[in-house]
Design a protein around this ligand. Structure first.
Ligand code: MSP
Length: 659
């Protein structure tokens, strides 16, 4: 079985942007998934160089266009390498293999009588590199480039007889419902076909930048007619017939929704005209916006994918792009949401689970988890999730597939909380149960990590290493290894936190410059709201006049106190004490902590589990009534009244720093 997968080739008149990165990463997840299922996969990407804008950009930079394109190739390749995009081939439309293919296809089509001479008079959007009809314009502007006025051109062109293929296209769409996905795109194109097709220009006159028409070399091939052929030239059309026979037709073209007409109307017709089969499937993904707005450099709403990678590394960037945007729909990016998802999925869910399981297996079983029994509740969760994962990936619902893998992680975290291995460890009678629980959790994380290999290749390989899976990542088979494996003891490895939590407010906070006794805010960066408000002295509310502190402290002193959000898991009265309650709290660490708190006058132990509170996490342990307390809870202590716990919003994950 083989699978030939391509993405759109990018215009190189500007550096790679997030929209292009979104497409490449999504396609890479598909390529890695296919390879992981043992399918012989060929994944093509590349650059589209014969555009007028590219030529203009090169000239503005004082460079020869080829030299400019070569520089941009570096820039694009570097970006894709940072995002760990694993293409097998990278084509440039100025390469000889591509020129040979374009000339062959144009010649074939000419000989078939599908290319004829005429005059084009009408609009042309240089940014789209597309001829536009009056009816396509919105307020006289191109719908995709509302700030640019299209050019009116009149020139001698060669035309391609697209109209001839309308009925065949309709029949092809009818016979192959999966040819264009998702369905909204298919319906758009069907409506367009039903309305009828005009012939299109396939050459440009008076331009030097492009591939000469073999039958009229004073004209160059129109950039779209040229670009589409890249999919065929990369696998040998015009240069290597055997190779072409091996890889053509392409199994899947991944492209953006703005260029589905070129790929599902023009391209199949060009291929038929030259006697070649059309591609098997085209998927037109949605648009990625920034904060609900179209990405645009001029509006300041453009995001550089390099910044995304710089923030948390490639895997969180890949995860956001493919899990948070339903593949096929439009999606949105904001830095806040990116950070929120990083904390939720990686720091709190997966990261927390892997640190816990590795720490517990080390603490209670010297680092080795052994299979015990045939697997319990989590085995069922894994089988169900793996089936949903494969079903979704097969339908290209990448977001659903990845979410299914995360369902395992969430279930495993719930299982740990419910089974409380730390309690089992204290009961010698529960040794077998503890073995089973530890194995079950490590096996669930291993299966989830395996299923996450296509989306987070580096991190998932590290997870597998920590979980003692010795199979080299390249040999992992998703269909086999992504399910429950009840075999063999494994030695788990501990390591530093893979995804430390971050705090958006802190990340964006201005630099705080501390001198001996004062704190100033660096005025070059806008201060977050809370800080600005705090700098203005506030009148205290009438009934709560705060005492004047004897001595003020500098912020460094405050920051020495590590306040963290914690969740109360269990509470019991300390025998013989009127004031003390012994709490077991989750602070996002491998194990819960015991804290002895003087709050019995205000609370019944039974009312406490489930509450989110704030604790001082870095106090030296102290013994209270013979119990070691590891931290201190924060409570308001009214004069003569019972203590009232400081509550933390339930959306905050245990362990989040409070400051
Ligand atoms: N060169 C043509 C494609 C030729 S394919 C034979 C082109 N290039 S592009 O650089 O403008 O776009 C490359 C891909 O990125 C296209 O599939 C396009 O749809 C996609 N995207 C560009 N901006 C995008 C977003 N904001 N969001 C998602 N994808 C976007 O078109």
């Amino acid at each position: 079985m083989r699978f030939y997968l391509t993405t759109a080739i990018d215009y190189v008149n500007s550096r790679p942007h997030l929209g292009q990165a979104y497409e490449k990463v999504s396609a890479d997840v598909i390529a890695r998934y296919k390879r992981g299922c043992g399918v012989d996969t060929y994944f093509l990407m590349g650059n589209d160089e014969h555009s007028q804008n590219v030529y203009k950009k090169a000239r503005e930079a004082g460079l020869d266009p080829l030299a400019y394109c070569a520089e941009m190739e570096h820039v694009f390749r570097e970006r894709w390498a940072e995002l760990t995009v694993s293409f097998d081939d990278f084509i440039r439309t100025t390469e000889p293999r591509h020129r040979a293919a374009v000339q062959k296809l144009a010649q074939r089509s000419y000989e078939a009588g599908d290319i004829y001479e005429g005059t084009y008079e009408g609009w042309y959007c240089v940014s789209c590199e597309a001829f536009r009809q009056e009816k396509d314009l919105v307020d006289g502007k191109c719908p995709f480039h509302p700030t640019l006025t299209p050019e009116w051109i009149r020139e001698k062109n060669y035309f391609f007889r697209l109209s001839k293929y309308r009925d065949r296209l309709l029949a092809h769409f009818e016979a192959n419902p999966g040819f264009l996905q998702p369905d909204v795109r298919r319906n758009e194109i069907l409506r367009l076909l039903e309305a009828g097709l005009d012939d299109i220009s396939m050459s440009r006159a008076g331009q030097a930048w492009g591939i000469p028409l073999p039958f009229a070399p004073e004209n160059v091939v129109y950039v779209w007619f040229d670009a589409l052929i890249n999919y065929a030239s990369a696998v040998g059309y015009g240069t290597d017939d055997a190779r072409f026979a091996q890889w053509w037709p392409a199994d899947l073209h991944i492209i953006g929704k703005d260029i589905t007409r070129f790929h599902t109307v023009v391209w199949p017709a060009m291929l038929w005209s030259a006697g070649v089969e059309p591609p098997r499937q085209v998927f037109g993904h949605g648009w990625i916006n920034y904060g609900g707005q179209r990405m645009s450099k001029t509006l300041g709403t453009s995001v550089d994918p390099a910044d995304l990678v710089a923030k948390f590394g490639p895997d969180p960037a890949r995860l956001y792009l493919t899990k948070e945007i339903a593949f096929g729909n439009d999606g949105d990016f904001t830095w806040e949401r990116y950070e929120e998802r990083y904390n939720a999925d990686l720091a709190n869910n997966l990261g927390n689970l892997v640190s816990r399981v590795t720490a517990m297996v080390h603490k209670y079983r010297g680092g080795t988890a052994k299979p015990a029994g045939s697997g319990g509740a989590l085995a069922t969760v894994v089988s169900g999730a793996a089936a949903r994962y494969h079903g979704a990936m097969g339908r290209l619902a990448l977001h659903e597939g990845i979410a299914a893998a995360f369902d395992i992680v969430t279930a495993a975290n719930g299982f740990v909380a419910e089974q409380a291995p730390w309690a089992l460890a204290k009961d010698p009678q529960a040794a077998d149960r503890l073995d089973a629980v530890l194995f079950e959790v490590s096996e669930a994380v291993r299966a989830a990590a395996t299923l996450l290999l296509p989306v987070m290749p580096t991190a998932a390989a590290e997870l597998l290493r920590r979980l003692g899976d010795a199979t080299p990542a390249a040999e992992v088979r998703l269909d086999r290894d992504g399910g429950w494996r009840n075999s063999g003891p494994r030695t788990l490895r501990t390591g530093s936190a893979m995804w430390p939590r971050t705090d958006l407010a802190a990340a964006e906070a201005p630099a705080i410059v501390t001198t001996k006794n004062e704190t100033t805010v660096d005025e070059t960066t806008p201060a977050p709201k809370a800080l600005v408000e705090n700098t203005a002295p506030k009148a205290p509310a009438e009934d709560t006049v705060a005492p004047t502190p004897a001595e003020r402290i500098v912020i460094d002193d405050f920051m020495k106190v590590e306040l963290r959000a914690a969740k109360i898991l269990a509470a019991e009265a300390v025998p013989k004490s009127k004031k003390l309650i012994r709490l077991s709290v989750d602070v996002g660490e491998a194990e819960p902590r015991t804290i002895v708190a003087g709050i019995a006058e205000g609370y019944q132990p039974a009312d406490l589990p489930g509450r989110m509170i704030a604790i001082v996490a870095n106090l030296k342990p102290a013994k209270l009534m013979g119990i070691e307390s590891n931290g201190m809870v924060l409570a308001a202590s009214p004069e003569g009244g019972a203590p009232i716990l400081v509550s933390v919003d339930e959306r905050v994950a245990p362990g989040t720093r409070v400051r």
